[in-house]
Each structure stands twice: as C-alpha cells, then as structure tokens.
Ligand binder design. Structure first.
Ligand SMILES: Nc1ncnc2c1ncn2[C@@H]1O[C@H](COP(=O)(O)OP(=O)(O)O)[C@@H](O)[C@H]1O
Ligand SMILES: [Mg+2]
Length: 328
C-alpha cells in the first residue's frame, strides 16, 4: 500500500524570490491528488522539494519516518527509492531504446539478474500499453508514447509514491483521456500514493481524490476534489472554468485597476460553478481501487469542517458508487 506524505509549513525561496511559503498538506496513503496552478507558481519546485532534490528553507516533508528536508542525506537517498518520478518531458535517453530506458533504474540501483530485469520491464511495458515498441528509440515514437515510457520507467522500482509532473503536456485531448484512465488503472493495480501536477482541467475533473492549488506564493486550498470543484474562492473558480476574468492574468497577476474594472462587469467576472463529473473508475477486469473505502472514511471524519456545497457533491458521489455491503 502507498504511504502517507505529510508536508508541514514548507517555504522555498531562490535568493530574494519566495516561490511559495508555509505550504501544509497531507497526501493520504494510496489516494490520487492533483496540484493545480498557473505556470510559474512553483509546482515543479514543489515536487522536487518533496523528493528532497531541492532544499526548502523552512518546514518538513515526512515520508515513513524520514524528513526529506532535514534528515541526513543518506536517509533521504534511501527514502527516495520509495518514489517514482515521471518528469514533464519524459526525460528519456535519446540513444537508448525504450527497453533500456525503462530498465535503467533497475540496472543502476539494484543487482538484479538480466532475466529478472527483463521480466519486470516487460510487465511495466504491458501496464502502460507499449508492448511491441520496446525496441524503438524515443525519437521514433509519439509524445504520448514517450510519456507512457516515462511512466513505465517511474514504476520499475515498485514505488509507493508516484509523482507526475504535467503528464499531459504536449498531448492532444484524446491522448490525455487515455492517460487519465491509465493513471487510475495504475492506482487500482498498485495502490500507490500519487501526486499529479497539472493545469489540465479534464485531468483535474476526472482523476483525483484530492485537489490543491498553488497561487500567489501560497497553497490556496487542499482537500477532497469536491471542495475545490465547488469552491467560491475567485482564483479557484477562474482557474477551473478557464476564464480570463478573475485574479489570474496573462503574465502572473492582474493589477488592482484591471480587477476593479472587471468588478463593474459582474456577468463576465462570475463564472458558473463547474458541473462535477464522476471520477474515473478502473478499467473492466481490474480490481477496485482500495483507496476508495479509505477515502470515504476519511472524508466522513472531516464532514463537520466541509462547506455545504462540498458535502452535497460528496454525497452524490457516494450515491453513484455504493460501497459493497453498505446500505445505499
Ligand atoms: N533552480 C532554480 N533556481 C532559481 N529559480 C528557480 C529554479 N527552479 C525554479 N525557479 C523559479 O521558481 C519559480 C517556479 O518554477 P516552477 O516550479 O518551474 O513553476 P511551475 O512548475 O509551476 O511552472 C519560477 O519563477 C522559476 O523561475
Ligand atoms: Mg513545471
């Protein structure tokens, strides 16, 4: 089963520029979470901080007893093996075929025999639907296939936590929905804790159990997907509806004058709340996601803190997917 990732009061700067400050959230074990945010808000920096590749100035990231910020470097190095990271650009070696690219972490970090490596690599290649392409070079396949190869490589060391940096970038809408299904199927098969960084609204609407958003150097919100999808926070509403009107501008933030003008145009400034579509289910033949039951118990525990719109949305989700043995 996936393990919990606890982020507490995390603050990261480069020189005098603060990327974000005081970020606190918990990735529940085995659940899928999405982090949204406009470009440049520090989503990639956040992923790199979680696996200890970047050092925030303040705060902690607790993963199975190790603090990925402050523990000794050798402990962080060991704990990093719990993670699988899918980079934004796939980050494949151009001169190696897909098989060797995907086998790379196994050859680098384990002493497994070549026959065992072949078994694991082919299993992962099958999981991401690339059987038959293992001999191809990255330059000979489509962007969508490269993404899937990057995902297969992130999976070979049996990670308990999977981090994906914009898995949809450069993909068309159809390829993006295949990828969304693949992420849910993967979660059903290995029950890993997953964090997906994206600004794709379709992934945000259909994949995660939990959602968060970074904006203006802060974590605006983090919680069950329904909390964000029904949020009345202007920046969340604007982002999820993809509208121009609102706090997010072309280059970073809008000035006060522009915002004031928009206030005079309320019809334009107040997008309707998005319709909540059901979360994707694993493909037929796969086991149910184990996280579903755990999440239900967890959400019921925080019921009193949730706003009414979020509760309604959660309740209709519960009705749509009855849990076995529980009265509907
Ligand atoms: N190694 C670095 N050194 C200095 N500044 C950086 C470094 N990495 C990222 N940044 C800055 O941090 C900010 C957030 O970047 P990033 O995490 O890549 O944003 P996102 O992934 O949300 O588009 C940007 O302003 C970027 O220029
Ligand atoms: Mg990025």
């Amino acid at each position: 089963m996936g393990i919990e990732v606890v982020v507490e009061g995390l603050t990261k700067s480069f020189g005098t520029q603060t990327v974000w400050h005081d970020v606190t959230l918990t990735l529940p074990p085995g659940e899928v979470s999405v982090m949204l945010g406009p470009s440049g808000t520090g989503k990639t920096v956040f992923l790199k901080s979680v696996i200890g590749l970047l050092k925030p100035e303040r705060g902690r990231v607790l993963v199975g007893g190790v603090d990925m910020v402050n523990s000794p470097e050798r402990d962080i190095y060991e704990a990093r093996k719990l993670f699988g990271l899918m980079f934004q650009d796939g980050a494949l070696f151009g001169s190696m075929n897909l098989f060797d690219n995907i086998a790379f972490p196994l050859r680098e970090h384990t002493r497994k025999k070549e026959s065992e490596i072949r078994r694991i690599v082919m299993e992962r290649i099958d999981m991401v639907g690339l059987v038959g392409s293992e001999g191809k070079l990255p330059g000979e396949i489509s962007g969508g296939m490269r993404k899937r190869a990057g995902l297969a490589r992130a999976l070979v060391l049996d990670p308990q936590i999977i981090l994906c940096d914009e898995p949809d970038s450069g993909l068309d809408p159809v390829r993006t929905s295949y990828l969304s299904q693949l992420l849910i199927d993967l979660n059903a098969q290995i029950d890993a804790t997953m964090l997906i960084v994206t600004h794709n609204l379709d992934i945000a609407a259909t994949v995660p159990d939990n959602m968060g958003m970074l904006f203006r150097r802060e974590l605006v919100a983090f919680g069950p997907r329904e909390l964000l999808l029904t949020s009345e926070e202007p920046v969340v509403r604007q982002f999820l509806s993809g509208r121009r009107a609102g706090p997010i501008g072309m280059s970073e933030e809008k000035d006060e004058a522009t915002l004031a003008r928009e206030q005079l145009n309320p019809g334009d400034a107040a997008p309707a709340p998005p319709r909540i579509v059901p979360q994707l289910e694993p493909s037929p033949g796969l086991p149910p996601r184990q996280a579903v039951q755990r999440r239900r118990a967890r959400v019921l525990e925080m019921w009193d803190q949730l706003p009414p719109h979020a509760r309604q949305a959660i309740q209709s989700g519960f009705r749509a997917v009855p849990v076995r043995g529980e009265p509907v």
